[in-house]
Design a protein around this ligand. Structure first.
Ligand SMILES: Nc1nc2c(ncn2[C@@H]2O[C@H](COP(=O)(O)OP(=O)(O)OP(=O)(O)O)[C@@H](O)[C@H]2O)c(=O)[nH]1
Ligand SMILES: [Mg+2]
Length: 345
């Protein structure tokens, strides 16, 4: 399409809002999309799920728009002799080349709040260009989207994996270039995943990571990699961008907390009616800090466990920092470090 007519189209197209749901394989993207669709629909929002995952062959739940109508992974693999990973990258490049198809199909969904269910292939979000270009195109067509990056909370149980998750999340934020909400998914399973080395707020707020490096160094295998881990967490702290919202898709409070974080990120503002529906849905007075209450809900569960020795490193329940907001998100990592080490007043 000529650049001129595209620009004209974006001037006249009304604003549309939505979420681009991304993350590693099996992190719960599809489950989240449908749970969020139901949650928002109960508030009176017109929501449509757009399946952008060409590997989703038989859609168990209805989607308003399916990339499978344009291209499917099995066809690409069979036709071009590609494996699943190469095939998926090809599918996204094919989508980018056929952006007009997407635009036409999305036109029919104007007026809806859109949830884009994306493939679970990490390179799409860290360095491959196709999906990023499609998202940039959507922005030109007046879509105001926020990326919702799901990561399985299982990774909190292993400090080494948690550092790699932080690196991936940061790389994704820098690559995708959308307003971004990182989410720790499957919180309902965290107790089954095993003992955490630190309290939950430590992982969601991404507090002083030197504790994580110290903890890793206590493992003989990781001792040799201490310097590498120190440098990695230095990069994460220097950017000071990564933090997580905990999510349990079966819990309304938790869904509300994610919804509010995303609405703030993409600038969606709802009317009185939706606000009243939300209050009715919650059917209880809720404090202002849902983040605190949700992590607290998990932490105060009798079966939730974390290493008590590590807890002692944080005197005076510094975990309430997310509750009383002594630490503002976005503050430099080193400033956070200083604050967390000072004794409580
Ligand atoms: N207990 C629990 N299970 C979940 C949750 N979210 C997803 N699952 C399960 O995790 C598995 C993977 O979920 P999906 O929603 O298919 O994950 P996905 O990210 O879309 O996976 P890909 O599209 O293959 O990348 C399924 O068995 C889900 O039932 C959750 O919040 N709690
Ligand atoms: Mg999926």
């Amino acid at each position: 399409m000529a650049e001129g007519s595209r620009a004209e189209g974006s001037r006249t197209a009304p604003l549309a809002f939505g979420q681009v749901v991304i993350g590693p394989p099996g992190s719960g993207k599809t489950t989240y999309c449908h749970a969020m669709r139901e949650f928002l629909a109960r508030l009176g929002r017109s929501v449509a799920v757009v399946n952008l995952d060409p590997a989703n062959e038989a859609l168990a739940r209805p989607c308003a728009l399916d990339i499978g109508e344009l291209v499917t992974l099995p066809d690409v693999m069979a036709g071009l002799g590609l494996g699943p990973n190469g095939g998926l990258l090809y599918c996204m490049e094919y989508l980018e080349a056929n952006a007009d198809w997407l635009r036409e199909r999305l036109r029919a969904l104007r007026g809806h709040y859109l949830l884009f269910d994306c493939p679970g292939q990490v390179e799409l979000y860290t360095h491959h260009q196709a999906l990023k270009n499609v998202l940039a195109q959507l922005a030109k067509w007046n879509f105001r989207l926020a990326a919702v990056h799901l990561v399985d909370s299982h990774y909190c149980t292993d400090p080494g994996k948690f550092i790699s998750v932080l690196c991936t999340s940061l790389a994704t934020m820098l690559h995708v270039e959308l307003p971004h909400v990182n989410v720790l998914s499957k919180m309902d399973l965290i107790e089954q995943y095993g003992k955490l080395a630190f309290n939950l707020d430590y992982y969601t707020e991404v507090l002083d990571l030197s504790y994580l490096v110290d903890h890793l160094a206590s493992d003989p295998f990781f001792r040799n990699f201490r310097r590498l881990n120190e440098k990695l967490v230095e990069v994460i702290e220097d950017y000071s961008l990564v933090s997580f919202v905990p999510l349990n898709v079966q819990d309304k409070q938790s869904m509300r907390q994610v919804m509010q974080a995303v609405d703030k990120a993409n600038g969606y503002s709802f009317g009185d009616q939706e606000h009243r529906s939300l209050e009715a849905l919650m059917s209880a007075a809720v404090g202002a800090d849902f983040h605190f209450s949700s992590t607290l809900a998990v932490q105060e569960n009798p079966s939730f466990s974390c290493d008590s020795e590590r807890l002692k490193a944080f005197p005076g329940r510094v975990w309430t920092l997310s509750g009383n907001r002594q630490i503002e998100p976005g503050k430099a990592g080193r400033a956070r470090k200083k604050e967390i080490r000072s004794p409580p007043s």
